[in-house]
Every structure is written in C-alpha cells, then in structure tokens.
Design a protein around this ligand. Structure first.
Ligand code: ADP
Length: 149
C-alpha cells in the first residue's frame, strides 16, 4: 500500500492545497494531511480549527485523514507508516526550498518526496494571500475549497 503524508501549515487550506491532495489520490492509496505545529511561525487560524476545516472538506473521502504533528516530519511519516512525502511546487523559490527539504528528509529518514507542479491558474494562490485578504475583510471564497465557502 502506498501511503503519503502531505505536510504543511495550511494556515489556511487553499484550493492550491486541495488540488495537490486530489491529484495525489491518483498516485497514493492513502494520504495523511499533516498539519505541523510550528512554534516559530505565528498562526492566524488556530490549529484545531484548521484540522476541523480540512476534515470537513474530505469527510466523504475515506483515503484521506488529517493529523496534527509536532515532531520532525520524517519521524511523523514513520509514525503513521508513510513511505512518501507529497509537496507542491509553484515557482523556482518553492523548487529550491523543496529540493533542500527533500534531500534532508531522504538522508534523515530514507523517505522519498514526490513533488507535483501547481496548475498555472493556481500558481499565485497561497495561504499568505488568503490571510491578507481575510485580515481586510475581503472575500476569500475564490481561493478556498467549496466546502469552506
Ligand atoms: P509550508 O509552511 O510547509 O510551506 P504550506 O501550507 O504553505 O506549508 O504549503 C504546503 C505545501 O503546499 C507546500 O509544498 C507548498 O509548496 C504547497 N502549495 C501551497 N500553495 C500551493 C499552490 N497554490 N499550488 C501548489 N502547491 C501549493
């Protein structure tokens, strides 16, 4: 059975994330959306709210589960029995970052990272964009999955 974790902050979960997960379902039997607790990063949406919102989006998809973790990503992957890390790439900056992470995770945990390129129409979508709009009371519905609108 092929199992992947999709780790991230998801503060909040966007249609860019949603698309990567749905495309990942064609590659993996199971995906664990893994929300990293990062004390160095200031959170906008409380982590439990993020967890609940993502669960709601995928409530009819038994191959998806949602977890919060606060350890090294490779250790968490091992804990849930995942052989792969799924990540998305939007631009060269993402690529450089993801390459370093992938190399480190391969060295630390013998785990393979699978990168999916963003759809061009989602390349500009980020949690930061949604947070900014949200902070100015702007409509974010175009950037978050249907079930959260
Ligand atoms: P992190 O804080 O670990 O970067 P994010 O929640 O920002 O976590 O993103 C999680 C993953 O989703 C990352 O691999 C990121 O590159 C990817 N991602 C974010 N937005 C998009 C998008 N619009 N299209 C494709 N991948 C994306």
């Amino acid at each position: 059975m092929k199992k992947a974790i999709f780790p991230g902050s998801f503060d909040p979960f966007t249609i860019g994330h949603y698309d990567i997960v749905n495309r990942g379902l064609k590659l993996f039997d199971e995906i664990v959306i893994s929300i990293g607790r990062n004390s160095a990063k200031k959170e906008t949406f409380p982590i439990r709210e993020r967890e609940e919102a993502i669960r709601k989006i995928f409530k009819d998809e038994p191959r998806i589960s949602v977890r919060i973790y606060d350890c090294l990503t490779v250790d968490f992957a091992r804990e849930v029995g995942a052989q792969f890390i799924l990540r998305g790439v939007r631009c060269v900056q993402d690529f450089e970052y993801e390459r370093n992470m992938a190399e480190a995770n391969k060295e630390l945990g013998e785990i393979e990272t699978i990168l999916l390129y963003t759809r061009p129409e989602y390349a500009h979508i980020s949690s930061t964009l949604v947070r900014d709009l949200y902070s100015y009371n702007k409509d974010v519905s175009a950037y978050v999955p249907n079930k959260l609108r």
